[in-house]
Design a protein around this ligand. Structure first.
Ligand code: THU
Length: 154
């Protein structure tokens, strides 16, 4: 039997997202400055907002032994877990920046989606994921299920 799965998300401009989420995206943009990306030259910034309003930033941290590096999203999520144990993540914003300084799209990789899924399970509710594609194209997912359907569970 053939079935269809529908993914829900919103597309809007940077000016249309609500003030708190726009501030979160600004924090993600600022976080690209701390990326360590001498190999890919692709700077990724992430910023998450906890339930108490605290913003935690992350950026990609590369390593000469490539798999030893870590994406911006997981850097932020693990920093929040380590420094703000037990606090729920309400929203996570992600953006890419090229060496030229231009902001570009950054959609979370599969491993980061898996980690986001586990964060949702731990906190018992979904987190909003806000992905920058351009100033006129921001994608908003009201939970990781829309980014990673049929996720691995045991
Ligand atoms: N990267 C992230 O930080 N987040 C993603 O979701 C995708 C990729 C990083 C990893 C690596 O440092 C660089 O971008 C190029 O893959």
């Amino acid at each position: 039997m053939e079935k269809t799965h529908t993914l829900h998300y919103q597309e809007c401009t940077i000016d249309q997202i609500d003030a708190a989420d726009r501030q979160l995206m600004q924090a993600a943009i600022a976080a690209t400055d701390s990326a360590y990306a001498p190999y890919s030259h692709f700077h990724v910034g992430a910023a998450l907002r906890l339930e108490d309003g605290t913003i935690v930033q992350g950026s990609n941290q590369e390593n000469i032994a490539y798999p030893s590096g870590l994406c911006a999203e997981r850097t932020a999520l693990f920093a929040a877990g380590a420094q703000h144990n037990g606090k729920a993540v309400e929203a996570l914003a992600i953006v890419g920046r090229e060496s030229s300084g231009a902001l570009v799209a950054a959609s979370p990789c599969g491993a980061c989606r898996q980690v986001m899924t586990e964060q949702e399970s731990r906190q018992g509710h979904a987190m909003r994921v806000i992905c920058y594609y351009s100033d006129t194209k921001i994608l908003i997912f009201e939970g990781v299920e829309s980014l990673l359907p049929f996720v691995f569970t045991m």
